[in-house]
Design a protein around this ligand. Structure first.
Ligand code: OGA
Ligand code: NI
Length: 360
C-alpha cells in the first residue's frame, strides 16, 4: 500500500469512506460484507417474477400520460428514444469500467475524504450499516478534472471529455422529463417557478455517480446498494446489460429492473415527491450483485439550486389532499438525509396537516 491509503487505513474516522477490500482478489465473502437477512428492512433477498417496470418510448404521443401513471404507481420507469447517442452511452460505460479496473492503490489516490462529496469511495449511506456493501463508487460534481488527474496524471483527457459530454446530455434529458412530468399534472411554469432549466443566475445542481458492482463469491448474502430513495428531484440511471437494480412496490415486493438496451432508468427523487405533494412516489430501490458479471451503472442526480426552497405545489393541494410537507431547500434536505437517512422525508412532514389546507 502507498502512503495515501496507509494514512487512511490508520484513521478510524475514514474507515467508512474507503473501500477496505480489493474486490479483484477476494475469493470468499468476508464477514465484514455478509449481510444477515434480518438486516434487510423489507424482507427476503429472494423474489419471484412480478409485473415489470414500465418502459416508455419518449416519441410515443401518449408518453405524458404513461409517465404520469408510472410516477403515480411506481415512482420509476425506463425511457427509450431519449436522444442520448448510443455512442456516448458506450463511451461512458467504457470509461467507468476503465476507472474501476485500476489497481486499488491507484483508485485510492482519488479517494473521497469524509468532508468531501466527490472522488472514489463508498456512498454516504454506508455509515448507516454495520456491514459493507459490495460495490465501489466515484462521485463527480462539476468538473471531473481534478480527480481524473489524480487517477491518470498524463491520460485524463478522454475520461473528462466523455464525462462532461454525458453531464450535459443528461441535464438536458432530465429537464425534458421533468417538464413532461409537470405538464402531466397540469402544472405550468408559473406553478413551479423554482424550476428554471438553463437559467444562468442560479444553475441547477447535478451529481454524477459512477458505480461498479464487482462479481461476488456469495451474492445471496451480499448487498450491492442498500434500499434507499434518492434525495434528488430526478435521478437518471444508465446500466450495462446486467441485472441487479430493483424497485420496491408495496403490493409486489422487490421488482427487478430488467436491463433494456440503450434505455435509461428514471427514478423520482424525494424532492419531486415533495414538490408534487406526494402525487408521485419516490421509488425505494436497491442493487443486488451476481457471481459472473460486473455490473456498471451511471447515476445522474439532478436537483434545484441548493438554496432554493421547494414546497408542495399549491395547485395539488385541496381538502382531500392536504399539504404533506413543509418547504425545504436541497441543502437542508441533504443535511437531514445525512443524519436520518431513509427517515428524512418523514421528518419534514408538515405538522399542521391534520386535514386543513392552511396555506390556501
Ligand atoms: C444510486 C443508485 C442504482 C444502480 O446510485 O443511488 O440507486 O443501479 N444506483 O447502481
Ligand atoms: Ni439511488
Amino acid at each position: 500500500m502507498n502512503s495515501v491509503s496507509e494514512s487512511f487505513k490508520n484513521n478510524p474516522l475514514h474507515f467508512k469512506h474507503i473501500i477496505p477490500l480489493d474486490f479483484n482478489t477476494t475469493l470468499t465473502l468476508p464477514d465484514s460484507h455478509t449481510w444477515p437477512l434480518s438486516l434487510d428492512p423489507i424482507g427476503s433477498l429472494t423474489h419471484v417474477q412480478h409485473e415489470a417496470l414500465p418502459v416508455i418510448d419518449l416519441t410515443n404521443p401518449e408518453a405524458i400520460t404513461l409517465i404520469r401513471q408510472a410516477c403515480e404507481k411506481w415512482g420509476a420507469f425506463q425511457v427509450t428514444n431519449h436522444d442520448i447517442p448510443v455512442k456516448l452511452l458506450n463511451e461512458i460505460e467504457f470509461q467507468t469500467k476503465r476507472l474501476f479496473a485500476l489497481p486499488l492503490n491507484q483508485k485510492l489516490l482519488a479517494v473521497r475524504s469524509p468532508e468531501d462529496c466527490t472522488g472514489y469511495g463508498l456512498p454516504r449511506m454506508s455509515t448507516f450499516f454495520s456491514k459493507f456493501i459490495w460495490s465501489e463508487g466515484f462521485t463527480v460534481m462539476g468538473s471531473p478534472v481534478d480527480h481524473a488527474c489524480q487517477l491518470w496524471p498524463h491520460d485524463h483527457v478522454n475520461f473528462c471529455n466523455v464525462l462532461v459530454e454525458y453531464q450535459k446530455e443528461l441535464e438536458t434529458l432530465t429537464e425534458k422529463i421533468l417538464g413532461l412530468m409537470f405538464k402531466s399534472l397540469g402544472l405550468t411554469q408559473e406553478d413551479v417557478k423554482w424550476f428554471k432549466p438553463n437559467n444562468g443566475s442560479k444553475p441547477p445542481q447535478a451529481v454524477l455517480q459512477l458505480n461498479s458492482y464487482p462479481v461476488c463469491p456469495d451474492p445471496s448474502r451480499a448487498m450491492g446498494l442498500a434500499p434507499h430513495t434518492d434525495s434528488s428531484l430526478l435521478t437518471l440511471i444508465y446500466q450495462n446489460n446486467t441485472s441487479g437494480l430493483q424497485v420496491y412496490r408495496d403490493s409486489l415486493g422487490w421488482v427487478p429492473v430488467k436491463p433494456v438496451t440503450a434505455a435509461v432508468v428514471v427514478m423520482v427523487g424525494d424532492l419531486m415527491h415533495i414538490a408534487c405533494n406526494g402525487r408521485f412516489k419516490c421509488a425505494l430501490h436497491r442493487a443486488l450483485v451476481n457471481k459472473t458479471h460486473i455490473r456498471i451503472s451511471i447515476a445522474h442526480f439532478y436537483g434545484p439550486p441548493r438554496d432554493v426552497e421547494i414546497s408542495p405545489c399549491l395547485k395539488l393541494v385541496d381538502p382531500d389532499h392536504p399539504i404533506l410537507y413543509r418547504p425545504v431547500t436541497w441543502k437542508e434536505y441533504l443535511d437531514a438525509k445525512a443524519i436520518h437517512f431513509n427517515n428524512a422525508l418523514e421528518l419534514i412532514r408538515d405538522k399542521n396537516n391534520s386535514g386543513c389546507t392552511h396555506l390556501l
